[in-house]
Design a binder for this molecule. Sequence first.
Ligand SMILES: NC(=O)c1ccc[n+]([C@@H]2O[C@H](COP(=O)([O-])OP(=O)(O)OC[C@H]3O[C@@H](n4cnc5c(N)ncnc54)[C@H](OP(=O)(O)O)[C@@H]3O)[C@@H](O)[C@H]2O)c1
Length: 322
Amino acid sequence: MRYVPVDTPKPISKIGLGTWQFGSKEWGYGPEYEQRAAQIVRRALDLGVTLFDTAEVYGFGRSERILGAALGDDRPKAVVASKVLPVLPIAPVVQQRAVASAARLGVHHIDLYQVHQANPVVGDHTTMRGMRALQDVGLVGEVGVSNYSLRRWQFAEIALGRRVLSNQVRYSLVDRGPESDLLPYAERTGRIVMAYSPLAQGFLSGRYDAANPPAGAVRRANPYFLPENLERGAALIGTLREVADAHDATPSQIALAYLLRHPNVVAIPGASSVEQMERNAAAAEIDLTDGEYDALLTAARRFQPVTGLAALPRLLRARTTR
Ligand SMILES: NC(=O)c1ccc[n+]([C@@H]2O[C@H](COP(=O)([O-])OP(=O)(O)OC[C@H]3O[C@@H](n4cnc5c(N)ncnc54)[C@H](OP(=O)(O)O)[C@@H]3O)[C@@H](O)[C@H]2O)c1
């Protein structure tokens, strides 16, 4: 395993484990997944993964409970990251939500506590006042944000009066927005960009095509899995496969290696099996050549999916036909 070159109390692994899938019916993994989830966490620890990402909203607290129980006595080794859903993120609410998350996780200290998304009405001053108080009493280590623009991340940092260590954002070969501003900022200032949906929810695995789309409500709502987009993505998947063959790896591993090439990026893929967790952890060791990186970037730029408003009627149709 490799670790991000940023000064933190515990090392943060370049590959973490995302746990939205834990206890969340909408992924469609069924009740037996709960036991597998615990095995995935245990295997991740064996492989040197330190970063475990959850949120109070995942499975309405179930993800935090499953994660905390699976970490067990190894909780102090892990960088446990959770998130507050900022419905009314005023200071006392933030404090109360953190106490509840810590109880579900079974910890006295949340290593990284993140604001799940920017609230358009409630400003970061009051949210960060709550975060600062949580840090002062030792319940929270580092503060992070999620789905924040660069401007708002910088503003949150001014409001906290301390570093806001990380910004968790959608970042993958097919969602490269963070490369224009968040990545250069993180590199310049020693902050971290945490890539969520780094496999575009499995789109980049090459496992799915128009005749074989994934099940579950989450991915039925994801335009990348529309038959048209699965077809349009074939060339990109082809390039991922070519690079993967040269490394005796899989397309998913190469999609992760692309992200991890950036020094201040960590990725937090979810996993439906222990084997996927093992492969994802191994991706941290893959070094792409400049030529491979450029080929991936070119193929990714050529991929033009149907998204936004144009995708809406197709998503509705897919909901009724799948
Ligand atoms: N902050 C936010 O707003 C936000 C939003 C979304 C997610 N997140 C966080 O980010 C984490 C990851 O994002 P995500 O779950 O949306 O998407 P993701 O990590 O891109 O995709 C996860 C899915 O990809 C497939 N997969 C994983 N490893 C694989 C491998 N080695 N080979 C083939 N397929 C593989 C699995 O599905 P199948 O096996 O079923 O195909 C798995 O459930 C979440 O768990 C959550 O912690 C945060």
